[in-house]
Design a protein around this ligand. Structure first.
Ligand SMILES: Cc1cc2nc3c(=O)[nH]c(=O)nc-3n(C[C@H](O)[C@H](O)[C@H](O)COP(=O)(O)OP(=O)(O)OC[C@H]3O[C@@H](n4cnc5c(N)ncnc54)[C@H](O)[C@@H]3O)c2cc1C
Length: 473
């Protein structure tokens, strides 16, 4: 795969060509806009885009890509900038392409239960439109209000309901994408059945802006969950979470199974000013959500009784109202926001769910031995085997020490994942943050095939170069 070429034109010439193609108003170069749009929610890079483009039509997006090919500049597609892996970061004078002016929602198709939306619409708007039509878009996570359709598809976002509804990939009926050739393709034509050759839609989903610019999508909708029930359980240790999960699946139609440790709870309580959920602190907590609470009252009570008797739970709270359910969810959903001011090094990884507690214990041991200055704050989606390992300095560390130690600890986690046949990215993507770790989850042949796919969709390397693939590539 060829490396991104040096621009053929100087910056002034590129800006002049962009202004001529899009008009003055669509091209911003002021420092504030560049600083705000140049970063996502990862914290390790400095924004330095050449400019921020806000096109208003597919034709404009195509002309940007064609100009990029001709003048050889790099484009960073940008969504709601809530990504955590640096995928939307523009730190090397790239042209940043925001679709925020392309956010039209078509009316919900009630027959096929789907909605066609422009890529700049927020997932929160899709959820709202679905709800107004008496339907439901089930992919949900703490940043869904600001994340955009394009960004969430490009990262194949997961979230808190994956055990019941799957990931974003499972809800994409069709896609319109501008490839690195500047051509518009209509993947799957929104058809439920379309086996005419390769399904390019699934290559685009999770491609982090490296294969094409998603300009429009058709998302499937479903019936809303009825009467959700929520419980929070305090556990004697993390392995108990697996036993509670297994037991809960026997009687409850679960839609979420989320865990967090004592240090995560302490952070969220302190930052969000939440009262302690139980009289005594416990090493770990499990939040369960299921549908049709009233019909499953007996099953929920039996679960509590069995867990207390077996010693797999030491305390528990069962929500008696929607407000109580929301209050219990806050202990889990607010953790990311509570940690954000401390700028943790985020490690979003996955292993088989059954091995998750063992993996956490191993990492705790390794970090205590090799990185005593770092604290581990752990939470995640237990049912999916998805762990968010957040590293923080225990006391103030010099910036260069923190950068070096957290990166080394991240590399150690990636090496350990090989022993567990795990993945260095469960749901946040590779972006810039994990590109050196790709080889721990993918064979050399797989990476070679991925490079070939990249070259086929983006022959001149104008789409998000430097993301996903290791630097040497
Ligand atoms: C508090 C918090 C909680 C979170 N929880 C979760 C969670 O539970 N599960 C989860 O999966 N994620 C989670 N995330 C991460 C993040 O919200 C998701 O990755 C989200 O899908 C990113 O969408 P975005 O629009 O913000 O994309 P951005 O961050 O703007 O971009 C993400 C990637 O998509 C590319 N991209 C953006 N738009 C397009 C487009 N139109 N065409 C092609 N490529 C494009 C970018 O180049 C980049 O590589 C969380 C983030 C925060 C801040």
């Amino acid at each position: 795969m060829s490396t991104p070429a040096q621009p053929l034109a100087d910056e002034a010439a590129i800006l002049a060509a962009l202004r001529e193609a899009l008009g003055e108003a669509a091209v911003a170069t002021d420092a504030d806009t560049c600083a705000a749009y140049g970063l996502d929610r990862s914290t390790r890079w400095q924004a330095d885009p050449l400019c921020v483009l806000r096109p208003q039509s597919v034709a404009q997006v195509q002309s940007i890509v064609r100009l990029a090919r001709r003048l050889r500049f790099a484009i960073v597609p940008s969504g709601g900038r809530t990504g955590l892996a640096g995928g939307a970061v523009a730190a090397r004078r790239e042209v940043l392409l925001s679709l925020e002016r392309m956010r039209k929602l078509h009316p919900v198709d009630r027959v096929e239960r789907c909605i066609r939306v422009e890529a700049g619409a927020a997932i929160g708007q899709v959820q709202q439109a679905a709800a107004e039509a008496g339907l439901y878009y089930p992919v949900d996570w703490a940043a869904a209000g600001s994340a955009q359709v394009g960004g969430s598809l490009a990262t194949n976002a997961g979230g808190v309901h994956v055990i019941r509804y799957g990931m974003t990939r499972d809800w994409v009926r069709g896609l319109r994408v501008v490839t690195g050739h500047g051509e518009l393709i209509d993947c799957q034509r929104d058809l439920i059945k379309n086996n005419s050759g390769y399904d390019l839609r699934h290559l685009m989903i999770g491609s982090e802006g490296t294969l094409g610019i998603i300009v429009e999508a058709t998302l499937a909708l479903t019936a809303p969950p009825q009467d959700p029930g929520v419980a929070l359980l305090a556990l004697p240790d993390l392995p108990a979470a697996l036993r509670v999960y297994e037991r809960a699946r026997e009687g409850l139609p679960l839609s979420a199974c989320e865990f967090f440790t004592a240090s995560a709870l302490a952070r969220v309580q302190q930052r969000m000013q939440l009262p302690p959920p139980f009289a005594e602190a416990a090493p770990a907590y499990l939040l369960l959500e299921w549908t049709q609470a009233e019909a499953h009252t007996d099953a929920a009570e039996a679960l509590f009784a069995d867990c207390f008797e077996a010693g797999t739970a030491v305390d528990g709270a069962l929500a008696q109202s929607g407000a109580q359910a929301q209050a219990l969810w806050r202990y889990r959903e607010d953790i990311s926001e509570a940690l954000a001011p401390e700028a943790p090094y985020k490690n979003d990884v996955s292993v088989r769910a059954a091995r998750l507690p063992e993996f956490v214990a191993r990492i705790e041991q390794d970090l205590a031995a090799d990185f005593p200055a770092l604290e581990l704050v752990c939470f995640g989606h237990l049912g999916d085997g998805n762990l968010h390992l957040n590293l923080l300095p225990r006391a103030a560390l010099a910036p260069q020490d923190w950068a070096a130690q957290s990166a080394q600890a991240g590399a150690l986690v990636a090496r350990r994942l090989e022993d567990y046949a795990g993945s260095v990215s469960a749901e946040h993507g590779i972006g810039l943050l994990k590109r050196e770790q790709l080889g721990h989850s993918r064979s050399a042949h797989e990476v070679e095939l991925m490079r070939g796919i990249k070259a086929a969709f983006d022959p001149d390397q104008v789409l998000n170069p430097g993301k996903i693939f290791p630097v040497a590539d």
